[in-house]
Design a protein around this ligand. Structure first.
Ligand SMILES: Nc1ncnc2c1ncn2[C@@H]1O[C@H](COP(=O)(O)OP(=O)(O)O)[C@@H](O)[C@H]1O
Ligand SMILES: [Mg+2]
Length: 418
């Protein structure tokens, strides 16, 4: 019998060796995949192995097509800021498991996590942001010249190499640069023309997404929830009420007039006016102070080595101010809730450290013994659950956050009393 299976999210499901690779530990998880650190038994080199994850919400056929797509695009790429493919298999047998096959992609191992992880320690000063952002621009320029669009550019899909260079990854949604009207990508990074389900050019929407990445790097928050009229902050942009938009973000000390001008032009809904990559590079903000490579490495090293300190007064104040004024939370301010969940996970001996962010940590909790699942379901039934999960990743409405937080507090207290 010939049955090919996607990997299940439970890592004990597969053996510790696949093909030439000895699997070491889980290092990441995305919507479609589980990623493990592995060693090539022939070369002794470390690499990352990305497996397709089984999920009821999406057919295996579709998953395989994402997977084959990613392999196809990655094989064409050869750029210092794009994560390299080292091998792949659509059906590799698993030792000791008859009739069981897995599909995987072997990738260059990005030892220092994602850009999202880097930002957990706060905003990056402009001099570092410029250097790192240029690397992202260079990757996208290369990809577009090759005739492809990425279509899911975001902090989690930009990885940090052992040399502290940024590399674009996750090409599951990439396609030939073209006109499309399919809503693809991640909501926070979706251009207005994508959200509106109009016909759009896939390269233009990549350029919009990098504006959101740039904003997050420099401010440690998202500019708005979604590029749609429904989002009050985005409405300000559409009505050209930039003054009010920037007032909302006035706690971000690193925003200057040049940056305001650059960002506004990068997210322009008018595609004729939205900046191209060369125009971005020529913008006065990009010509500002730039750190040397050594300084960038030194800075990123300290960020990666230092534990995220969620109780730092300065950060706490920054979050509270932001929340009070805007009704929105930035990445840091969701930290308190994360902290609760982290402590909870620790007490329950859940493997939270292997989860790249806390949305996934909740998912981990969801898989644990029945009574925990039941109790977590109380939270899940809460109508704001879905949005709070988004908030944990990026930001969200203050009311939802507070509701959710008090539920978590109650839940933790009830467990501690028992
Ligand atoms: N080459 C790699 N080296 C180290 N970590 C990786 C690598 N590729 C992916 N990861 C981790 O796994 C996560 C999911 O990988 P990704 O390719 O984005 O999958 P998905 O398509 O499911 O989003 C990433 O956000 C990152 O944390
Ligand atoms: Mg991803």
């Amino acid at each position: 019998m010939d049955s090919s299976k996607s990997i299940n999210s439970n890592s004990s499901d597969f053996s510790t060796s696949i093909g030439d690779f000895k699997l070491e530990k889980e290092i990441g998880e995305g919507a479609f995949s589980k990623v493990m650190l592995a060693t090539n038994e022939i070369s002794s080199k470390e690499c990352a192995i990305k497996f397709i994850k089984a999920d009821e919400s999406i057919s295996e056929k579709n998953l395989k097509s994402f997977f084959k797509n990613e392999v196809k695009v990655l094989k064409k790429c050869d750029h210092p800021n794009i994560c390299k493919i080292l091998g792949y298999s659509y059906r590799d047998s698993v030792p000791g498991k008859e009739n069981y096959c897995v599909s995987y992609i072997a990738l260059e191992y990005m030892k220092n996590g994602t850009l999202f992880d880097i930002l957990e320690n706060g905003a990056l000063e402009a001099k570092y942001t410029r250097v790192l952002f240029k690397q992202v621009l260079s990757a996208i320029e290369y990809l577009h010249k090759l005739g492809y669009s990425h279509r899911d550019i975001k902090l989690d899909n930009i990885l940090v190499s052992s040399n502290y260079d940024l590399k674009l990854a996750d090409f599951g949604l990439a396609s030939k640069s073209k006109k499309s009207s399919t809503v693809k990508g991640t909501l926070y990074y979706m251009a207005p023309e994508v959200v509106a389900e109009k016909e759009y050019n896939t390269n233009d929407s990549d350029l919009y997404a990098i504006a959101i990445v740039l904003f997050s790097m420099l401010t440690h928050s998202m500019p708005f929830n979604v590029a749609s009229k429904k989002c009050p902050l985005y409405r300000k942009i559409m009505t050209d009420d930039w003054a009010s938009f920037w007032k909302t973000h006035s706690s971000s000390k690193l925003i200057d007039n040049d940056f305001k001008d650059l960002f506004a032009k990068m997210v322009d809904p008018n595609l004729e006016l939205r900046l191209s990559i060369s125009e971005i590079l020529d913008h006065p903000w990009m010509k500002g102070e730039t750190a040397t490579k050594e300084e960038v490495v030194k800075h990123l090293k300290t960020r990666i080595q230092s534990e995220v300190n969620l109780t730092k007064t300065q950060n706490k104040e920054e979050s509270t101010n932001m929340a009070e004024r805007t009704g929105y939370f930035n990445i840091r301010s969701a930290g308190k809730l994360m902290k609760y969940l982290e402590e909870f996970a620790k007490n329950e001996k859940l493997n939270y450290k292997t989860c790249p962010n806390y949305y996934r940590m909740i998912a981990e909790i969801g898989k644990k013994p029945k009574d925990l699942v039941l109790q977590m379901n109380i939270l899940k039934r809460h109508e704001s659950y879905q949005r709070c999960v988004e908030l944990i990743l990026i930001n969200g409405k203050k009311k939802d956050f507070l509701n959710f937080k008090s539920k978590v507090e109650e839940f933790i207290a009830s467990r501690q009393n028992n």
